[in-house]
Design a protein around this ligand. Structure first.
Ligand SMILES: C[S@@+](CC[C@H](N)C(=O)[O-])C[C@H]1O[C@@H](n2cnc3c(N)ncnc32)[C@H](O)[C@@H]1O
Length: 307
């Protein structure tokens, strides 16, 4: 039943309960939490501020209308992050919307793995180190292939003050989100441009190549949740017949572009890292790869150094 105050207006509690009930019908991951984010946005406040308010207080009519519009979009299976227009990622608050893949938790793990591998390389004075000879006195370079919203390259540069970065993507729409995020974060060490994987990059210039490439098997795409299938870009998802087609091309190009000792780091689907490590070993261009786990304990990607 709708929760009204004495004057007849809907209260915070009433709106949240109603919305959570509707969101349960579409199997939203956490209906109450989603309702809180949407109502906070409708009111123009942060969620913690909403939670600090008296839930029995009536909500202004203009905010109720706005909430109704946002909720309707979410009930039409638009992803929550597109409706909110923002997504937290690895300590950054990014903007996001149609045309760019929503950055995921497993990609935050990739960022952590890469940051610690590159920091370790710096302290160990490996070829990827921002130190030593005249050649290496330039800031080392990392390239994020298929940068989408710019999440990976911007998060890594935030964690690695001595580095510079490039984000490449084939999609104009994705790049426009990356450009907005670069401006929001205020990152001046990052170039963004349109390209097909690493084809427009000169040989032997990169100290790290990092990628979350499309890796969903083509046959699995029709079975994805409507939030993904109908709203996120297909070119961000489709990894071909076995999910590894972009990875195979990336290995060839990273072999050309990485300096000796440079790092290749790639996120993959849970059942792909072992086959990918075999492909990498067969190339003969990399030291043995090591895999990393996502938050659910599944193998989700690999890292390897160029010989
Ligand atoms: C899985 S999304 C990753 C987006 C972002 N890096 C992230 O982790 O949230 C893959 C990205 O690769 C881009 N992409 C796909 N094929 C590409 C290609 N051949 N060259 C460059 N970018 C490509 C897509 O447009 C998409 O933005």
């Amino acid at each position: 039943m709708r929760q009204m105050n004495r004057a007849g207006g809907m209260t915070i509690l009433g709106l949240l309960r109603d919305a959570a009930a509707h969101l349960s019908d579409i199997d939203a991951g956490n209906p109450r939490l989603e309702a809180e984010y949407l109502l906070a946005l409708a009111l123009g406040i942060e969620r913690p501020v909403l939670l600090a308010r008296d839930p029995g207080v009536p909500v202004e009519p203009y905010a109720q209308t706005r909430f109704g519009v946002l909720l309707a979009r979410r009930l039409a299976r638009e992803p929550l992050q597109y409706v909110l227009g923002t997504v937290p990622f690895a300590g950054l608050d990014l903007v996001i919307g149609p045309g760019a893949l929503i950055p995921r938790g497993e990609t935050e793990v990739l960022v952590e793995q890469v940051a610690s591998a590159l920091r370790f390389a710096s302290s160990a004075g490996s070829p990827a180190s921002p130190s030593a000879s005249r050649e290496q006195s330039r800031a080392p370079l990392l390239i994020d292939v298929g940068t989408g919203s710019g999440a990976i390259v911007l998060a890594l540069l935030h964690l690695l003050p001595g580095w510079r970065g490039i984000g490449v993507d084939r999609s104009r729409a994705a790049l426009s989100w990356a450009q907005r995020n670069r401006a929001i974060v205020g990152e001046r060490r990052c170039d963004l441009f349109r390209g097909d994987l690493l084809t427009s990059i000169r040989p032997t210039v990169a100290d790290a190549v990092v990628s979350n490439p499309p890796y969903v098997r083509s046959a699995e795409i029709p079975g994805l949740a409507p939030e993904i299938l109908e709203h996120e870009p297909h070119e961000a998802l489709d990894g071909g017949v076995d999910g590894l087609e972009p990875f195979r091309r990336l290995v060839v190009e990273a072999t050309r572009v990485l300096r000796p000792g440079g790092l290749l780091a790639v996120e993959l689907a849970p059942d792909e890292p072992e086959q990918a490590a075999e492909l990498l070993a067969a190339s003969g261009a990399f030291h043995p790869a090591w895999t990393f786990l996502d938050l659910a304990g599944r193998k989700r990607g690999l890292l390897a150094r160029r010989v």
